[in-house]
Design a protein around this ligand. Structure first.
Ligand SMILES: Cc1ncc(COP(=O)(O)O)c(C=O)c1O
Length: 413
């Protein structure tokens, strides 16, 4: 008789986990009010709901200025453009992240220079950042991946030493704080995504945070077809329409009201999860960096040792977890596996011009490759919104799969 649910055994958690996004009458009322107002779009920029969300999120995260726009990809493109970064420039990004982190420099015309992540945190390796700097380097884009934050002390030191800009990719890090400062408020810009699965969502959307008034004004201008944002400013900035509509902005303003409670709930349950899951044979949890002073995350990421799972990779273990009723996913392959870097597919001028440097066959990121292709499991945010029992079931599912690893099908990664 098989034990694992993927082979017909009984699942550990047949009832599953709470749905995302969370919504109630307040969301319906907010959307209805926008519909009735007839003011659906994002022009004039920012609209009233956009301005109110920008104010609330900026205050919560601890920045001076917030600019709401279409998504968390164009945020980074706009940030680079606002900083004057484009053709001929190099931007250092990590090898383990969503494609958007490297797409944004390419869309701005710059070359993404990809470096590996550290084994301890799976965030960008500061030593490799420093080694990658050339006279063309203009910016670093650290990604705060999962429950981790990139080492912002080291990144900011390197940036200051080499006069580089820093754009924090905070798509996973709404609510996180580093030594009391909000994620996205430490570098020149912080970029947030409000896409469907993210923990502060309206289905789509993105926010840029900055403490620099001139950069904020320029970013507003770039997303609003270049319109000047200073009454004394006469010249148009080169821009296009990246505005977000008021229906989405209204949903974000309501989501913001629930957000602090959800952050605290996930953090509390994740602490319990960490105490238990680290005891499962073949599971490695990352050190909890004490410099992260408010813990908030989109996914909780851990590593499995495939040898302890009968040779099965993260992909196979995640399928088995899904069958047990637990939302574990293999989120990102290493950057070298993204089609984005195949010039014949993207046809972006920067990719064609620098085809040699963006050739996946010539890339080597041992840590990101092991993580993405064999080891990483991303537990979804709702694992941590089902009380202590929810995380205990998730741990039991993983432990059960490990105990019965002989039932798993081993495939090549
Ligand atoms: C690390 C990271 N950066 C950027 C993005 C892009 O955000 P969006 O989907 O809103 O464009 C995502 C979203 O998936 C992400 O996970």
């Amino acid at each position: 008789m098989p034990e694992l649910a993927i082979n017909g055994g009984s699942p550990v958690r047949p009832q599953g986990y709470p749905a995302w996004p969370v919504w109630d009458e307040r969301d319906l009322a907010a959307v209805e009010a926008v519909v009735r107002s007839g003011n659906w779009g994002g022009f004039p920029e920012p609209g009233p709901n956009a301005a109110s969300f920008e104010e609330a999120f900026t205050t919560y995260q601890g920045a001076r200025f917030g600019i709401l726009m279409a998504n968390g990809t164009v945020t980074m493109e706009v940030a680079l453009k606002a900083l004057g970064i484009g053709w001929g420039d190099e931007v250092v990004v990590p090898a383990l992240t969503f494609a958007a982190t490297a797409y944004a420099p390419m869309a701005a015309g710059a070359l993404p220079v990809i470096v590996d992540v550290t084994q301890e945190t799976w965030t960008i390796d500061p030593d490799l950042v420093e080694a990658a700097i050339t006279e063309r380097t203009r910016a670093i884009v650290p990604v705060h991946l999962g429950q981790q934050m990139a080492d912002m002390d080291r990144i900011m030191d390197i940036a200051r030493k080499h006069a580089l800009a820093v754009i924090e990719d905070c798509a996973h890090a709404h609510g996180q704080q580093w030594k009391g400062r909000g994620a996205g408020c430490i570098g020149d810009f912080g970029s947030f995504s409000h896409q469907s699965s993210k923990i502060l969502t309206a289905g789509e959307g993105g926010t840029l945070l900055t403490n620099d008034e001139a950069l904020a004004r320029r970013a507003h201008s770039i997303i609003d077809c270049g319109r000047p944002k200073d009454p004394d400013e006469k010249d148009y900035t080169f821009g296009a329409n990246y505005r977000l509509g008021e229906l989405h902005a209204a949903l974000l303003a309501v989501a913001m009201e629930r957000f602090p409670h959800q952050v605290a709930e996930r953090a509390e349950n994740a602490e319990h999860f960490e105490e238990l899951v680290g005891q499962v044979p073949g599971v490695r949890i990352m050190p909890h960096d004490p410099r992260i002073t408010r813990w908030s995350f989109y996914n909780y990421i851990l590593a499995i040792d495939p040898d302890a799972f009968g040779g099965a990779t993260n992909e196979v273990v995640c399928e088995a977890l899904g069958a047990e009723g637990v939302p574990g996913e293999v989120q990102y392959p290493p950057m070298s596996r993204y089609d984005l870097f195949q010039p014949s597919l993207s046809q972006l001028p920067v990719a064609v011009e620098f085809a040699d440097r963006l050739d996946p066959a010539k890339m080597s990121f041992p840590v990101a490759e092991a993580a993405g292709l064999r080891e990483s499991i991303y537990f979804q945010e709702n694992t941590f919104r089902a009380g202590r029992q929810g995380v205990e079931d998730a741990v039991e599912a993983l432990a059960k799969i490990q105990r019965h690893a002989n039932e798993l099908t081993v495939r090549d990664s």
